[in-house]
Design a protein around this ligand. Structure first.
Ligand code: MG
Length: 146
């Protein structure tokens, strides 16, 4: 089994609070840098449309909540009820992992690719450690495949 090469990240409830308040989750900057260092391709797979996401990324980068490179992150266009990893251009399902807080978005045939994360919700505690925990979960996935 070859290690996954694409990391698909949900936005709302996973990396930030939501597209209205846009609070960055604790550890977001380090998590994105880890992602880029360990996966050849990191994409955003979100229900929020790209024209709304780009200004959010600009603000987060200006606040240094995300690395500068993340402003230009690839955003996956898709439609439907679930985040079918087949929507990612040139991706194979087996070579892709999805970090998402909502199980209902996971394609039923692609559950093995899902890396669950607890939703980042009010009161948005600054003690939230989910991105640290998921970093270790991703390290395990890479190790077990490598
Ligand atoms: Mg979400």
């Amino acid at each position: 089994m070859s290690p996954p090469t694409i990391l698909a990240l949900d936005l709302e409830g996973t990396l930030i609070s939501n597209a209205m308040s846009c609070f960055p989750r604790p550890g977001l900057h380090a998590f994105l840098d880890f992602s880029a260092a360990h996966f050849p391709r990191v994409v955003l797979f979100t229900a929020v449309s790209e024209h709304r996401v780009r200004p959010i990324l600009d603000v987060l980068a200006a606040e240094a909540a995300i690395p500068g490179w993340a402003r230009g992150i690839e955003i996956i266009g898709w439609a439907g009820e679930v985040k079918d990893l087949g929507f990612i251009p040139r991706a194979t399902v087996a070579g892709t992992l999805l970090v998402d807080d909502l199980e209902s978005y996971v394609h039923p045939d692609q559950r093995a690719q899902w890396v669950p994360i607890e939703p980042f919700v009010q009161p948005y505690p600054d003690t939230d450690l989910e991105l640290v925990r998921v970093t270790e979960a991703l390290r395990d996935r890479l190790r077990s495949a490598g």
